[in-house]
Design a binder for this molecule. Sequence first.
Ligand code: C2E
Ligand code: MG
Ligand code: MG
Ligand code: MG
Length: 284
Amino acid sequence: HAKSLGKNNYQYYNEELSINIHDQLKIEQALKQAISGDELYLNYQAQYDLRTKEVISFEALVRWDSKKIGFTPPNIFIPVAEDTGMIVEIGDFIFEKACSDFKKFKQINKKLQYIAINISTIQFRDKHFVSKIKEIIKKIDILPSQIELEITERYIMEFNETNMLILDELRALGFRMSIDDFGTGYSSMNYLTKLPIDIIKVDKSFVDGIPKDNNNMQISKAIIALSKSLGYRTVAEGIETKEQEEILLSLNCNIGQGYFFSKPLDYDNTIEFLNKKKFKIATT
Ligand code: C2E
Ligand code: MG
Ligand code: MG
Ligand code: MG
């Protein structure tokens, strides 16, 4: 996987680089039956409006319980799926499932605004990507504005012209576009103003340092201010404490996500969560 990542960002792939060739092959073999064997499913993590404390959306997070190699987290198998091209089929599956589940969530809580779906840029190499997702949302009867597509900053940095055109096209169709893991990929400020995006997600590594690490505090503050000044909304990922939530709110961060509010839940638990009608979480 490291090969395809380009020049200067190997340090962020430690976790993935630690997979040896043997494991890589084992994962690859096992992954072939992930869809047909019904081994993939989605978890949903709530995203909160920090001001009103209301759930406004969920992020879909894929899970793989392999019959061959056991439970394997996305940080491990997504890179393999990308290397082998299997991410195209897996990504289609995730997209369709997330959209149809969101329709059901929305029936329970009308206030839900959108479903956030992680997209790998490798999916952009599929020349039918845009037409396929248009077809899926038409079939399911859900609007592009009800879908947020998350793309990590590392990928966006390496975008070629074709990738940028696809990004433009998706935005023009009305999808909400967000940059995931922001701050880890060194995108230039100039680049940032030109991207067709709506949301910036402050990487968890910065949130982790709040409040103890002053550098992380200042970086979070700067990212939120920059995002706001460019007219984007900001999401903070990985909020684990009340203190982090309060500080991020005071820094004008719009949306929060993290264990402090809610862990990723499977479909049944998400339905239960929504049925409790506890749309508004008391965080005091
Ligand atoms: P991500 O999109 O940045 O997702 C956030 C990750 O942080 C998730 O890990 C989530 O479970 C975890 N997280 C959320 N809140 C907290 C918290 O308060 N504390 C801690 N310690 N962790 C928290 P997960 O589900 O293991 O996913 C890891 C990464 O794998 C994702 O990062 C994303 O890049 C990728 N991924 C997950 N699902 C998909 C998918 O459906 N498609 C693609 N292409 N990538 C996916
Ligand atoms: Mg994400
Ligand atoms: Mg992230
Ligand atoms: Mg991440």
